[in-house]
Design a protein around this ligand. Structure first.
Ligand code: GLU
Length: 294
C-alpha cells in the first residue's frame, strides 16, 4: 500500500504563501515516499466557503505546478458520511444535543467572570463550553434542526483510553520534540461535532475524510497541532487507524509577526502573480523550493 498524503484547504478566501508552503511540502513528501498526493476541498462551513474561491484555489495550485489525483473530494458532497459518524457517537452515548448558542455561552462566561472566576479557554482563545450538565438542558429535542451536537470529552476519553492517547509526530511539537505526542483533547472542552450551518464540525469532518481516503500522512501547519489531540480521540472512538502527523512551521507576516490569514488577503497568490511573479518566484518566496532526492 502506498503512503497517502493530502492538502486540504478551505475555500473561504484566496490562498496565501502559507498554503503554497504546505501544499508544496505535501507534494514533495508524497514524491519522496513514493506515495499518492490528494487535494481535498474542505467546504463544510457553508456560511464562509464559496465556489468561486474553490475555482481560484485550484487554478493557483495548478499554476504552481502541483498535480493531484482526481476526483477531488469535496466535503459538502459527503454529508451522509459525517452523519453516520455522528450517529456512532450518539449511539455510544458520547454525543449530546444542546440548544445553547454561542451567545448563550458568552453570557454564562461573562456572568462567571464578573464574579471573579477565570473561565478556561481553548487553544484558539474561545471559552470552553460549560459542559454536559449545562448543555443538556431539560426538554432539548434531539431531532430539532437547530441543536448543536457536542462530544462529552471526559466520557469519550474514559471510553477510548485506559492510558493517555497520542500520535507519532515527524515534525515537532511546541516543545521542539519529534516523536510520540500525548493527546490533550480536553483542551477543547466539549467541542462541537455538528450544527445546522456546518453539518459536521472541522474536527469530525477531517477525521472521517482522512479515514475514508486512506490518508497515512497528515502534513499541515503548526496552528493545528493541538487540534490533533481531538482528532486522535475521534479516530479511536470511530475505530479508524491513525495517520502519522507532521506539523510544519507557519510563515509569519514580516511586519506584524502574525500568522498569514485569508481574511486579511495576506500575500494572495493571485496578487503576486498579477504583479508579474512566476511560479518559481512564488515558491522561492514561500521557502518551498524542495529538491527531490533520487
Ligand atoms: N481545512 C483546514 C484549513 O484550511 C486544514 C485542515 C487540515 O489540514 O487538517 O486550515
Amino acid at each position: 500500500m502506498k503512503p497517502v498524503f493530502r492538502f486540504a484547504p478551505s475555500p473561504n478566501g484566496a490562498l496565501h504563501l502559507g498554503h503554497v508552503y504546505s501544499a508544496a511540502l505535501n507534494a514533495h513528501m508524497a514524491r519522496q515516499a513514493g506515495g499518492r498526493f490528494l487535494l481535498r476541498v474542505e467546504d463544510i462551513d457553508m456560511a464562509r466557503c464559496r465556489p468561486e474561491h474553490e475555482a481560484k484555489m485550484l487554478e493557483d495550485l495548478a499554476w504552481l505546478g502541483l498535480a493531484w489525483e482526481t476526483p477531488v473530494r469535496r466535503q459538502s458532497e459527503h454529508l451522509a458520511d459525517y452523519a453516520a459518524a455522528l450517529d456512532v457517537l450518539r449511539q455510544a452515548g458520547l454525543a449530546y444535543p444542546s440548544s445553547l448558542s454561542r451567545a448563550d455561552v458568552r453570557r454564562i462566561v461573562e456572568a462567571s467572570e464578573a464574579d471573579g472566576m477565570v473561565w478556561p479557554r481553548d487553544p484558539d482563545g474561545a471559552p470552553l463550553f460549560p459542559g454536559r450538565d449545562a448543555g443538556e438542558e431539560p426538554g432539548v429535542d434531539a431531532d430539532d434542526a437547530d441543536v448543536i451536537w457536542r462530544l462529552d470529552v471526559r466520557a469519550a476519553v474514559a471510553h477510548a483510553w485506559r492510558t493517555p492517547g497520542g500520535w507519532m509526530e515527524t515534525g515537532r511539537g511546541p516543545d521542539g520534540q519529534t516523536g510520540w505526542q500525548e493527546a490533550r483533547p480536553e483542551l477543547w472542552g466539549d467541542f462541537i461535532l455538528a450544527r445546522r450551518d456546518a453539518p459536521a464540525s472541522y474536527h469530525l469532518a477531517v477525521v472521517v475524510d482522512d479515514a475514508l481516503q486512506g490518508v497515512t500522512h497528515v502534513v499541515r501547519g503548526m496552528d493545528l497541532f493541538h487540534a490533533t489531540g481531538a482528532h486522535v480521540l475521534l479516530q479511536d472512538l470511530l475505530g479508524f487507524s491513525r495517520p502519522v502527523y507532521h506539523h510544519h512551521d507557519l510563515i509569519l507576516d514580516g511586519e506584524s509577526g502574525l500568522k498569514l490569514s485569508k481574511s486579511r488577503g495576506d500575500t494572495a497568490i493571485g496578487q503576486l502573480r498579477a504583479g508579474g511573479m512566476t511560479a518559481a518566484d512564488v515558491l522561492r518566496l514561500a521557502g518551498a523550493e524542495f529538491e527531490d532526492e533520487v
